[in-house]
Design a protein around this ligand. Structure first.
Ligand code: FES
Ligand SMILES: [Fe+2]
Length: 340
């Protein structure tokens, strides 16, 4: 198994307009992404084979892309279908092409898979309750200066919330939480108990009756995290993040906040958007600092039992990095107490 066996988000569906080209980087590979004549997404290596210009600086018309330098035209498969300097003498030749990648469109996202021959046919992660009746989704995109592992871990790390997001999310040292962390089948699940009111201004609106909160965080190989809060009927919230590796030190994170607040659904949108961005920007800063230190001193962590989630996530991502299948790791379940 390799990281490029999986599907990665390259844009929201509505960002990819016809006759428009987007420039993207996934796992270090440069991509020019556009729609073909049938409206299907196309992703080509962002390199003109003629004299190395970038296709993403070119123009799209009738579902084909034209290099900005000498005007070679590429079709959706990456085949050169016109060369202006050859005029009417032009004959297509199957060796004149740039790499083309598989694409998929699902849940309002465009996905690309980089491998040409996957060891296994994975599917993109299903975004919970996307466009289902009664549910709303607020979608935000943020770039982190750090790698996918540290980003994913941050999104399901409770102990940092009191210090990085004081007041917004939690206030510190009020509650003893019990969590069960489980690793199975390439996923990590953390279930929390004893959580009632320590959720800052979120809770005052969402859970003013002080119901017991059902809270499960999960990680799914290779790059998805989901935070699920179930406070009462029509007080349910999912925060699902897809961390897309641009390079070793840059991660583009697509986050869906999907919620069911009953009659408050529409009114809550701007509030949810603002809160999500406020919180995520605090994480962007925290992760940039962590990355600076990792670059200088390397990755050596001093883990406590509260960091069990991190240890499990790293074990899964390390397996894939070594070309192995993390679903072969033994199932594990650990009970941990900690204070927030
Ligand atoms: S470099 Fe692209 S057409 Fe010449
Ligand atoms: Fe955070």
């Amino acid at each position: 198994m390799k990281f490029d066996d999986f599907w990665y988000v390259v844009c929201e569906s509505n960002q990819l307009k016809s006759c428009k080209v987007l420039q993207r980087t996934v796992l270090g590979e440069w991509l020019a992404v556009f729609r073909d004549e049938d409206g299907n997404p196309t992703a080509l290596r962002d390199r003109c084979m003629h004299r190395n210009s970038r296709l993403s600086h070119g123009k799209v018309s009738s579902g084909k892309i034209q290099c900005p330098y000498h005007g070679w035209v590429y079709d959706k498969n990456g085949l050169v279908v016109a060369v202006p300097a050859e005029g009417k003498d032009f004959r297509p030749c199957h060796t004149r092409r740039t790499l083309g990648y598989d694409t998929k469109e699902q849940d309002g996202y465009v996905y690309v898979r980089l491998t040409q021959n996957p060891t296994e046919k994975f599917e993109p992660f299903l975004m919970p309750h996307y466009k289902q009746p009664g549910w709303e989704t607020v979608r935000v995109i943020n770039r982190f200066r750090n790698n996918v592992t540290n980003c994913a871990e941050n999104f399901i790390d409770i102990p940092h919330t009191a210090s990085v997001h004081p007041g917004v999310f939690r206030s510190s040292m009020q509650q003893k939480l019990e969590m069960t962390v489980e690793r199975r089948n390439g996923s990590v699940f953390a279930e929390y108990r004893n959580e009632t009111n320590n959720l800052g201004w979120f809770a005052r609106f969402l859970n003013h009756q002080g119901y017991e909160i059902r809270h499960i965080d999960s990680f799914h190989m290779p790059n998805v995290t989901s935070v699920e809060y179930d406070m009462a009927p029509q007080r349910q919230l999912f925060i699902t993040s897809q961390s897309v590796p641009e390079t070793e030190e840059s991660t583009l994170v697509y986050t869906d906040v999907t919620y069911n607040y009953g009659i408050w659904n529409k009114l809550a949108r701007p509030f949810i958007y603002w809160t999500a961005q406020y919180i995520i920007h605090q994480d962007v800063e925290a992760l940039a600092i962590q990355w600076e230190v990792i670059k200088k001193y390397g990755t050596h962590f001093a883990n406590t039992p509260a960091d069990t989630i991190h240890v499990f996530v790293e074990s899964i991502r390390n397996k894939i990095a070594n070309g192995e299948d993390p679903r072969n790791l033994p199932d594990k379940s650990v009970r941990v107490n900690f204070w927030v």
